[in-house]
Design a protein around this ligand. Structure first.
Ligand code: PMT
Length: 400
C-alpha cells in the first residue's frame, strides 16, 4: 500500500447502496498517504451525504459540471489533469453504460473523458443487473478500452439476492488500486538520480556553487518513482521536500556526490545525472574564516573535481547512463560532444542562457540526444517534462 503515498486519486461515487462503503475506502486511501478528491453523481448523494465524504477527504466534494465556484477553483478539466488515477467505487450499471458509450452528461463521466489517468471501476449492482447481457457487454468493452474492473464479488446482496455484483471490500479495492501503481514502465528497476548544485567550501563560511534549484532532478525522481522504479535521489543542498517513495541522500560537495553515487552502483539499472556539479573546487579549505587583506586582487587555486557521470559510465557492468548538458550556445553540438566524451547512452541538452527555462525556473525545454537521433521536447513544466523524459528513457533502456 506504500505505493499510494502522495498519489492524487479522484474517488468517483455513483448511485448504489454500496456507496456507504466509499466512506471507509476514502479513509483507507487517506491513511496510506493518497490525496483524495471526491466526485459524486446526483444519485450517489441519495445514498450518502457529501458532507460525510468532505469530512473524511478533507476537501469539498465535487458534484456539478456547471459550477461557477468549482470552475474558479478546480474545475472539471483541472481535476481531470490533476488525477493520477480515477477510481470509481461503487460503479453502477448505469454509469458503466454511460462511460462505455462515451457520454459526458455529468461531472464524473466528463472527467473520465477529459483525463489521461487510468480509470478503475469497482462495479456494484444487483446480481441480475450484473448478469444482464448489455451490462456484460459493457464490462467487456470497457476492459478492451483499458479500463480496469476490480470485482465484483459474489455473495449476499443488500436486496436479499445472492450472486455476483457485490462491491469488493474497501481494503481489497485500496490494495488492488495500489498494486496498479506498481506496473509502470520502470517497475522493478533501480534508478539513481543526482540533483541540485554542489557546494565547494573555501573556508567554514564560504563556498563555490551555482543556481541549480534541484527542481529538474526532483521532478525526474518523482516521475521515475511513479513509473514503478526504486529511486535513490542523490541531492546537493536545495529547498525541496524529498519526493514520495524515493530514498534521498543529501550531500554537499562533488566528492560526496560521487561517493554516494558509487555506493550500491552494482544494483543500479539507470543513472540520471541532473545535478549541476562544480567542475573545480578549492585546492585546500581554510580552517578558519579567511580575512580580508590589503591587496585588491585575490587568487584562488582550484583543482578539477572528479566527473561523476563519466566515472559511473566507466564502471564495469555500468548502468544505462543519462547526462544533462547545460549550455548557453551551440547547445546540441556541445551536448553531442559530451555524450561521446563521457560515454553516455543519452544526453539531455538544455539552454541555460534563458531565464524562463533551465536553472531555477519551473519550466524547461530540452533536446534528448542519442548516438543516432535528436528529439526536441518543447517547453513545459518540469513535472510534465520529467514524465515525458522518464517514458522516453524507459523505452530506450528497454530497447538497448
Ligand atoms: O536544478 P534546476 O534549477 O531545476 O535546473 C536544472 C539544470 C539546468 C541544473 C539541469 O537541467 C541540468 O542541465 N543539469 C546539468 C548541469 C551541468 O552541470 O551540466 P554540464 O554540462 O556542466 O555537465 C554535463 C553532465 O555531466 C551533467 O549530467 C552533470 O551532472 C555531469 N557532471 C558534470 C561535472 C562533474 N564533475 N560531474 C558530473 O557528473
Amino acid at each position: 500500500m506504500h505505493r499510494l503515498t502522495n498519489r492524487q486519486i479522484i474517488l468517483g461515487i455513483t448511485g448504489g447502496i454500496a456507496a456507504y462503503k466509499s466512506a471507509e475506502l476514502t479513509r483507507i486511501l487517506k491513511t496510506h498517504g493518497a490525496d483524495v478528491r471526491i466526485v459524486m453523481t446526483p444519485a450517489a448523494c441519495e445514498f450518502i451525504t457529501p458532507l460525510t465524504l468532505q469530512a473524511l477527504s478533507g476537501h469539498a466534494v465535487h458534484q456539478h459540471i456547471l459550477d461557477p465556484e468549482a470552475e474558479a477553483g478546480m474545475g472539471h478539466i483541472e481535476l481531470a489533469k490533476w488525477a493520477d488515477m480515477i477510481l470509481i467505487a461503487p460503479a453502477s450499471a448505469d454509469f458503466m453504460a454511460r462511460l462505455n458509450s462515451g457520454m459526458g452528461n455529468d461531472l464524473l463521466s466528463t472527467i473520465c473523458l477529459a483525463s489521461e489517468a487510468p480509470v478503475v471501476l469497482a462495479p456494484a449492482m444487483n446480481q441480475a443487473m450484473w448478469r444482464d447481457v448489455q451490462t456484460q457487454q459493457n464490462a467487456t468493452d470497457l476492459q478492451n478500452k483499458n479500463i480496469r474492473l476490480l470485482g465484483p464479488g459474489v455473495g449476499d446482496q443488500a436486496c436479499g439476492d445472492n450472486g455476483p455484483g457485490r462491491m469488493l471490500e474497501p481494503l481489497e479495492i485500496a490494495s488492488q488500486a495500489a498494486a496498479l501503481f506498481e506496473q509502470g514502465s520502470l517497475a522493478g528497476k533501480q534508478v539513481f538520480i543526482t540533483a541540485g548544485p554542489t557546494r565547494e567550501a573555501l573556508d567554514p563560511v564560504r563556498y563555490i556553487s551555482n543556481h541549480s534549484s534541484g527542481k529538474m532532478g526532483y521532478a525526474l525522481a518523482a516521475a521515475a518513482a511513479d513509473a514503478g522504479a526504486r529511486v535513490k535521489l542523490i541531492s546537493g543542498p536545495v529547498n525541496l521536500e524529498a519526493p514520495a517513495r524515493c530514498e534521498r541522500v543529501q550531500v554537499e560537495s562533488a566528492q560526496q556526490m560521487l561517493d554516494a553515487s558509487l555506493d550500491g552502483i552494482s544494483d543500479c539499472d539507470i543513472f540520471i545525472a541532473a545535478a549541476a556539479v562544480a567542475d573545480y573546487r578549492p585546492v585546500s579549505v581554510a580552517e578558519h574564516k579567511m580575512k580580508k587583506g590589503k591587496e585588491e586582487l585575490m587568487e584562488l587555486h582550484l583543482v578539477k573535481n572528479p566527473d561523476i557521470v563519466a566515472t559511473i559510465a566507466s564502471q564495469p557492468d555500468n548502468p544505462f547512463c543519462i547526462g544533462f548538458a547545460a549550455e548557453t550556445q551551440d547547445v546540441v553540438a556541445y551536448a553531442q560532444d559530451k555524450l561521446q566524451r563521457k560515454n553516455l547512452d543519452l544526453i539531455i541538452a538544455n539552454d541555460v542562457s534563458r531565464s524562463d527555462i533551465g536553472f531555477n525556473s519551473d519550466e524547461n525545454a530540452v533536446t534528448v540526444i542519442s548516438k543516432t537521433a535528436a528529439t526536441p521536447l518543447p517547453q513545459t513544466s518540469k513535472r510534465l517534462l520529467a514524465k515525458q523524459l522518464i517514458n522516453l528513457i524507459a523505452d530506450q533502456y528497454a530497447g538497448k
